[in-house]
Design a protein around this ligand. Structure first.
Ligand code: NAD
Ligand code: ZN
Length: 372
């Protein structure tokens, strides 16, 4: 991989560092907020801004809060729900005219919310009707994103993950990919070290699992190898201070996480995490995947060791399922959810996955998690 720039000027001049073709226009910026607002003005857009409410306290983001057409989303309270999407779509339809661009400003939660609103505006059903794959959908207004927390890759993926009444599942459709992403590494400076750490752990797991996958494309694996190296460097050096070079590495690793997801597929860590997430409304995805990896020492020994090393080095305790209300009573349900993740088990074990990922194998993993 090319050299990582050490300062923001070098970052703004950076050539593409990913190989997979992505449909999102990516702008590397040293001043993302001004660049985003300039783009809205130059293109004479009627933009609607969806902004993580936590950013209101940070002076840097003040120009965005001056915008008239906006709504705040409290990502600290919950990951986005299908009902949040329906409420915003209803509000937008009740106004005199629809926006011609939706702008999402925040972490993966707020960006996914914006992506889901964009697609649901153009389609008659409720958001929960579109959770899944291969739906026949109409394209909505373009969605532009400004990530303020890096690692999920949501800034470029064609996936909008939502918590629905029945399940946590993405709207997976090419039209869900943002049209434009303005990337500015400085914007995550105000995030808590806890959030920078765990969202980068999710990034590490995406890369790790895609590298180990039996079904990922060659380009995806190459992008994931570069992303894995960057994520390791960031997580291994501590996240407590917002170091500019680490911030650049984080945004680069996050984009690679998105690009490698396009031709790649994650594995057992994510399959197990979906069972956990479905049983715990307050469990952040980034923590769920960490809990999963801590129970997969035999399957992913080096991933397990890295995880322990990153947690200890950064001074975070091992997250536990019980802290999120998950107990013995949930094991059956979680096993059934995880068993439904066939593509992920195939990615992990290959075509003969049913011989390895049996219900007893998965049940045992949850037993370890619940008792851990
Ligand atoms: P997040 O958006 O949920 O944010 C985590 C916390 O950090 C929140 O409290 C938020 O308010 C805060 N925060 C964000 N930016 C901040 C800043 N600059 N300053 C202060 N606080 C800030 O976290 P995330 O990990 O980026 O996103 C998680 C969501 O993304 C989950 O719903 C997960 O399922 C989803 N996800 C989506 C994809 C995809 O491809 N679409 C991939 C992985 C995960
Ligand atoms: Zn993930």
């Amino acid at each position: 991989m090319k050299n990582v720039p050490s300062d923001i000027r070098g970052f703004a001049a950076l050539e593409p560092w990913w190989r997979t073709r992505v449909s999102t226009g990516i702008l590397c910026s040293g001043n993302g907020i001004d660049d985003l607002l300039r783009k809205v003005k130059q293109e004479d857009r009627k933009a609607f801004f969806l902004i993580d409410s936590v950013l209101e306290k940070q002076r840097l983001f003040a120009p965005l809060f001056d915008e008239q057409s906006k709504m705040l989303f409290n990502a600290s309270a919950s990951e986005p729900k299908t009902g949040d999407v329906d409420g915003i779509v209803e509000f937008l339809r009740s106004r005199d005219s629809l926006p011609d661009v939706i702008v999402g400003v925040g972490g993966g939660s707020t960006m996914d919310l914006a992506k889901a609103v964009g697609i649901c505006l153009a389609n008659p059903g409720k958001a929960r009707d579109y959770q899944g794959y291969g739906m026949d959908l109409k394209n909505g207004p373009p969605v532009w994103v400004l990530p303020t927390l890096n690692g999920t890759g949501a800034e470029i993926t064609p996936i909008a993950v939502l918590r629905g009444p029945e399940k946590k599942l993405g709207i997976n459709h090419p039209y869900a990919a943002p049209a434009a992403a303005v990337i500015d590494p400085r914007l995550s400076a105000g995030a808590k070290p806890f959030n920078r750490f765990f969202t980068m752990m999710d990034c590490y797991f995406h890369h790790y699992e895609i590298v180990k996958s039996t079904t990922s494309s060659a380009d995806a694996v190459e992008d994931a190898c570069d992303g894995l190296k960057l994520a390791r460097e960031v997580l291994g050096s501590g996240v407590h201070d917002h170091d500019p070079e680490n911030a650049i590495k984080s945004v680069m690793a996050s984009i690679l996480g998105g690009s490698s997801t396009i031709g790649g597929r994650v594995g057992a860590v994510h399959a197990i995490s979906y069972g956990l997430s479905n049983s715990a409304p307050d469990l952040p995805h980034s923590v769920a995947v960490t809990i999963s990896m801590l129970a997969l020492q035999e399957l992913y020994p080096d991933g397990y060791e890295d995880t322990v090393h990153f947690l200890e080095g950064s001074g975070f305790s091992r997250p536990k399922a019980s802290e999120y209300g998950i107990g013995e009573g949930e094991i059956e349900k979680m096993t059934s959810v995880a068993m439904g993740m066939e593509k992920l088990w195939q990615s992990c074990f290959g075509r003969k996955w049913p011989e390895k990922a049996s219900p007893a194998f998965v049940h045992d993993i949850y037993k370890r998690i619940v008792n851990g």
